[in-house]
Design a binder for this molecule. Structure first.
Ligand SMILES: [Zn+2]
Length: 230
């Protein structure tokens, strides 16, 4: 039997469902049905140098440009999509979101000056458990559209638990989440880095990454996220 026929039969008995509303998908739909896609709360800012996101970092980190794709809320469709990407193995949602924002970046001539795209790194244990960094596919698509390389192993999240005593581990539990390490300060020296993340809420993670990145002399930083909690 041809693969298409098998797929059609499977779709009748075990239909692929929209990841957001859970209704069966049509043949030409992937991840989300057309209705849910149209309902996703797009937040992309026309001006990347001055907007709600750049304001969030005022007085914390100097940024060149900042933008996001979707608005994130506790009960919203964006949350469902990001949850599927991070916790349910749907890694290709990163491609979908990356292509979407890539088109918008080209159309609006944003982030044209960046040299490298750098994802917020995952803790090694999380990476092992999940099997992928949820930002890799997204970063690859953004890299394709901007025609700038994705650099994944220069900024790392470090495992501080190994070198700590139990007491230290307990006391520093919250800080552990924010330990990053720049492996090489020369590669990013005098470069413009586009730091990418999935959900921007308080900005604490991105701020911690930026502080570490700024160990590279004369670095410039921009931020792009899949979603933003207003
Ligand atoms: Zn749907």
């Amino acid at each position: 039997m041809k693969i298409q026929v098998i797929e059609d039969i499977l779709q009748i008995f075990f239909p692929k469902l929209c990841l957001i509303c859970e209704y069966p998908l049509f043949e030409n739909e992937v991840f989300a049905c057309t209705i849910c896609r149209h309902d996703l709360p797009v937040l992309f800012f026309k001006d990347a140098s001055k907007n709600e996101i750049s304001r969030k970092f005022y007085g914390r980190i100097p940024l060149e440009e900042a933008n996001t794709l979707l608005s994130f809320s506790k009960e919203g469709k964006t949350k469902k999509l990001i949850h599927e990407l991070k916790y349910n193995g749907n890694e290709n949602i990163g491609n979908f979101l990356g292509n979407w924002i890539g088109e918008l970046l080209i159309e609006n001539k944003q982030f044209t000056e960046v040299d490298f795209i750098v994802p917020v790194p995952l803790h090694p244990k999380k990476l092992k458990k999940r099997g992928y960094n949820q930002l890799t596919k997204f970063g690859e698509r953004v890299s394709f559209y901007l025609n700038k390389p994705l650099k994944q192993n220069i900024l790392l999240k470090i495992d501080t638990t190994k070198t700590q005593t139990f007491k230290q581990r307990f006391e520093r539990f919250e800080n552990n989440e924010l330990k990053f390490s720049l492996q090489d300060t020369t590669i990013f020296a005098n470069k413009h880095i586009l730091l990418i993340d999935d959900v921007l809420t308080t900005g604490a993670t991105l701020e911690a990454c930026c502080k570490e990145l700024r160990k590279a002399p004369n670095i410039k930083i921009s931020i792009l996220t899949m979603s933003f909690t207003r």
